[in-house]
Design a protein around this ligand. Structure first.
Ligand SMILES: Nc1ncnc2c1ncn2[C@@H]1O[C@H](COP(=O)(O)OP(=O)(O)O)[C@@H](O)[C@H]1O
Ligand SMILES: [Mg+2]
Length: 298
């Protein structure tokens, strides 16, 4: 992916902050995804990222930007699902002074703000239909029309969209425009859930451990094998984000240089409510190990 070499170069502080965070993944599916990311990044293609929350969609979107010829331009992330429905259009496309009640000054929309850069539309499935019409126009003609203005303005924006929802069923329900779906779906990249690529867990866990120990100035830390076994067995409904937070939790709580099962969040220590076995009733000592044993024997 080339991010290592770009990181090694001496870069000014600001640029380093924007530098690529590596997308880690040893699994075949992540390796394939990384190849696709480096192939698609330098093009201007619209990219649709699919995957559960926490699988790395925003990280991939940033990488697509930083590996493109637009890397010196803005990367503008927008969580469409978090915008109040009544404000989606004015936030994205801007408005003229007095375009609607409360529109005091004029406003440059986020789409214009991403000119010469990349617009990351997260949770695109939540976009209201009127805004979808306008977005399609931008994608097709590079035009943006601020609310309350007649003349369109031209923008040069690359769009990366993401969703954890099944857009095709939203199309079938009439909640997402088919034409926009096809326009966004030029290149589709799917981020697999972490539980479907368990071989990546160890790699990610070690990376997050190093990073947390550096941030908390804790020196060299390591996992006890029992702790790593628990990490590798857990299902991670919150995917990589959940693993990242679990490691930070463990580093914060651990007293010595070795992370044990007791340092892990309880969801990971006892991943499921299992019928009690002789081993799991013994909670005084390593409850985590008992949970690991009963979990693997289920
Ligand atoms: N493959 C990966 N390698 C390293 N860090 C990752 C990876 N995937 C996700 N992360 C990290 O996990 C967190 C959640 O990722 P994010 O891109 O926000 O997920 P999403 O947008 O799908 O909800 C971020 O801190 C991100 O840097
Ligand atoms: Mg996200």
């Amino acid at each position: 992916m080339g991010q290592r070499s770009s990181r090694r170069n001496a870069t000014p502080a600001v640029a380093r902050e924007l530098a690529l965070q590596p997308i880690l993944g040893a699994s075949a599916r992540m390796q394939r995804l990384l190849r696709l990311v480096s192939r698609v990044a330098p093009t201007d293609s619209t990219v649709l990222l699919l995957g559960e929350s926490g699988t790395g969609k925003e990280l991939v979107a940033r990488s697509l930007h930083l590996l493109s010829r637009r890397s010196q331009g803005p990367f503008v992330p927008v969580n469409v699902g978090a915008l109040p429905e009544s404000l989606v259009e004015s936030e994205l496309f801007g408005h003229a002074r007095g375009a609607f009640t409360n529109a005091a000054g004029e406003r440059v929309g986020l789409v214009e703000g991403a000119d010469r850069g990349t617009l990351f539309l997260d949770e695109i499935g939540d976009m209201p239909l009127p805004a979808q019409v306008k977005l399609l126009r931008t994608l097709e003609n590079g035009e943006v029309r601020r609310l309350g203005e007649n003349a369109p303005r031209m923008v040069d924006v690359r769009v990366v969209a993401a969703t954890h929802r099944d857009l095709q069923s939203l199309v079938a329900e009439g909640r997402f425009r088919a034409d926009l779906y096809h326009r966004l779906n030029v290149v589709q990249l799917e981020l697999p859930p972490l539980r479907e690529r368990r071989e990546d867990i160890g790699l990610l866990a070690s990376y997050f451990l190093d990073r947390a120990s550096r941030r908390q100035e804790r020196g060299a830390l390591e996992f006890r094998p029992e702790a790593m076994a628990l990490l590798e067995k857990y299902d991670y409904p919150g995917n990589v984000r959940e693993l990242e937070n679990a490691i930070e939790h463990a580093v914060t709580l651990s007293e010595g240089p070795v992370i044990g099962p007791v340092d892990l969040p309880s969801a990971i220590r006892s991943p499921r409510l299992l019928p009690r076995t002789a081993a799991s009733t013994d909670e005084s000592e390593s409850a985590g190990e008992a949970a690991a044993n009963s979990y693997s024997s289920s």
